[in-house]
Each structure stands twice: as structure tokens, then as C-alpha cells.
Design a protein. Structure first.
Length: 363
């Protein structure tokens, strides 16, 4: 069924222009360890890293590229910190659209290889995604390059691609069907803010269509070194803030505000707030997700879980709450973080005669 069967929210195109790799309808699993250990029995994990290119961005790319096909556009110019580029490259390959991607300086090699494997031209730009002035300059240059009828600038932000980003609302529609009873809180990690904005908007759409009585509180979680949205949201401000990004969590290094203002408004309409978390705890929870829940995700995907843990530790959500955390990208996306996560586990090369002594229960 995918993204296209929803009667509201997702901006539909004619069937002959729809491009799909089977995105959406990803699993929702209950935490068996991390949640109960924190006193939260109803902690649910939305496994959006199970999408075709291993990130939630496929919900955006499928709709964005479908609309490009409907418009007869044949050239995609894009920006990415990693996952957006991989998704766009895949869907462009499927649609026969050429794809050029300007990526942030710190994009992990795994994501760069994935983009190039789909045939995209990929260019890393010094300071992009880290410095405010450089990031703004890059966006201006790309907008000029895309200012021809056959091209489109694709950025996974409502500000630049509202049609494509409508696909993010499908997260909320799926959660409404997957969770028995009302959801109290949804925690979304944020770089530019599009996931949180789309999720909040999706739940508000369900309220508008009388599918649910109230929207869950949709919260924004960011690394402390990229406080463009979470801090202003918590402080009651209406606008995001540009920062020079210092977080080492790849994928969430977005120095400009992009969708910050819209995200603050949408999340505030659900009575959501913001959480700032430390990089070190993100890496710790990434490892815990793998070791205790069997979920192999990139660091950015663990950020939502850290936010939920800090919320319950602060007494800001009750122990009987139903809580959903978004798991947004696969661990294969960021090989460097995988090395860090597995550094305490050796992989020796042994002779056959050593199997019993090395692998026996008493070893």
C-alpha cells in the first residue's frame, strides 16, 4: 500500500508518475530493556531505518521525485548531510533523473558511498553544515543553479520541498494504526526539523479529520551542539536560531534554521517541548539499542531515545505514558560510529584446534 493510499496529508500524483521502492509501513516494536529499566513500560520504537535505503528520508524522496516526474523535470540538485542524498539518489535512479548532491563536510563515508553507488554526482563542501555563512552561501548558489524549468532543488525541508515533505506525515498515520490506544508522547530527533514538523502536522491532520481526539505531544530532541530548535521551543520562543554547529553526531549537523520556525509552531500546537542531549550519551544509547534491543542504528537515530530517557528522569513524562521514539537511520550509514560501538568486542583469528578453548562456555 505504501504512502499513496492515505486519503489526506500526502500530496498524491497520478499513478503513472508515482515512484516507489516499497517505502513506509515500517515496524513498531516495544522496548524490552531500555524502557523498562527507566521505569517506562510503554516505550515503543518506530523502526524507520527499515525503509528501502535504510532511513526515514525515503518517505520524502518517494513523493518528491514522483512530483518531479509529474512536472517533467529531469535534473535533481540537492543538499544533504547524508540520508537525504542517499534516498534522492536511489529514487532518481529509479525514475531516470540525473542527480547532483552537495553534502556537508562531515558526511560519513558510508552515506557518500551509498549515494555514489546509485550513480549520483556527490560534492563535499568545506564548512557546509557547520558554519552559518558558508551554509547560507551554498543554498543561494544551488537555488540559482536549479532556476531552470528542467531542474528542481530538493532539500528535505518544508521550506524548499513542501510536496515531498508531505510524505513525512505518513509516519503519524501509521502510528495511529499500529498503537492500540492513544499515544501520549512522540520524540523526534532534529537537524533541520522536518521530521518533527511532519510528524506533528500529521497528527494534527488526524485530529482535523476526527481520526483521533487529540494529538500526542511531539517533542524535538537535538544534540547540545546544534541547538537551532529544541532550546527555542523549550524557552517559549517563536523562531529558531542559527548556530555554528559543534556536535559530532553526523546527520544532525544543520547550522541553518531551515524548518525551525514551522517546527516550533507545529510541535507547540501539540504541547510538545525541546530537549538538548550530550553526544557522549547518544553514543552510549546507540550501543545499548544494539546490545539490549537488537536495533542497529546510527547515532542520530538514538537521539530520540536519549530525549525520552531524559524526559522521564526529569519527571516530565509519567511512567504510565505511551511513548514512541523515531529510529531514523541504519548503523551501516556511519561506519565510524560502528567502530566506536564495537571497540570493546574483539574478533580474533584462530586455528581450528582452538575452537573449544576459545568458544566453550568456560572460555
Amino acid at each position: 500500500m505504501g504512502l499513496w493510499h492515505w486519503p489526506y496529508g500526502v500530496e498524491v500524483v497520478a499513478a503513472e508518475h508515482q515512484v516507489s521502492l516499497g517505502e513506509g509501513e515500517t515496524p513498531l516494536v516495544r522496548s524490552r530493556s531500555i524502557g523498562p529499566a527507566a521505569g517506562l513500560d510503554q516505550l515503543w520504537l518506530k523502526l524507520d531505518h527499515c525503509n528501502p535505503t535504510a532511513s526515514f528520508k525515503d518517505r520524502y524522496a518517494a513523493v518528491a521525485i514522483s512530483h518531479m516526474c509529474a512536472a517533467g523535470q529531469t535534473h535533481c540538485i540537492a543538499t544533504s548531510s547524508g540520508n537525504t542524498g542517499a534516498s534522492l539518489a536511489a529514487y532518481c535512479a529509479l525514475a531516470g533523473i540525473s542527480c547532483q548532491i552537495a553534502v556537508v563536510e562531515t558526511a560519513p563515508e558510508g552515506k557518500l558511498q551509498q549515494m555514489r553507488s546509485y550513480g549520483a554526482q556527490v560534492i563535499r563542501i568545506r564548512g557546509f553544515g557547520l558554519k552559518i555563512d558558508i551554509t547560507a552561501d551554498v543554498f543561494e548558489r544551488l537555488e540559482r543553479l536549479a532556476g531552470v524549468p528542467e531542474a528542481a532543488l530538493q532539500v528535505s525541508a518544508f521550506r524548499y520541498s513542501p510536496l515531498g515533505m508531505s510524505g513525512i506525515q505518513s509516519v503519524s498515520f501509521e502510528l495511529d494504526q499500529q498503537v492500540q490506544g492513544p499515544i501520549d508522547h512522540v520524540f523526534c530527533q532534529a537537524g533541520g526539523g522536518g521530521l518533527a514538523m511532519g510528524t506533528a502536522t500529521g497528527f494534527l491532520t488526524l485530529v482535523e479529520h476526527q481520526r483521533i481526539e487529540r494529538a500526542p505531544r511531539v517533542h524535538v530532541v537535538q544534540p547540545r551542539g546544534n541547538n537551532t530548535i529544541a532550546g527555542p521551543l523549550r524557552q517559549g520562543k517563536e523562531r529558531g536560531q542559527d548556530v555554528n554547529c559543534t556536535t559530532r553526531i553526523s546527520g544532525l549537523q544543520v547550522a541553518s534554521v531551515t524548518d525551525a520556525d514551522g517546527t516550533i509552531e507545529a510541535c507547540r500546537d501539540t504541547d510538545g517541548t525541546g530537549y538538548l542531549v550530550d553526544d557522549e550519551r547518544v553514543w552510549d544509547v546507540q550501543k545499548r539499542l544494539a546490545r539490549e534491543e537488537g536495533i542497529f542504528c546510527e547515532p542520530a537515530a538514538a537521539v530520540s531515545v536519549v530525549g525520552a530517557l531524559e524526559a522521564i528522569e526529569a519527571g516530565e513524562i509519567s511512567a504510565d505514558s505511551t511513548v514512541v521514539c523515531m529510529i531514523t537511520g541504519s548503523g551501516f550509514k556511519d561506519p565510524g560510529s560502528v567502530e566506536k560501538m564495537a571497540e570493546d568486542m574483539s574478533c580474533p583469528l584462530i586455528d581450528a584446534s582452538q575452537v573449544e578453548t576459545t568458544m566453550g562456555l568456560d572460555a
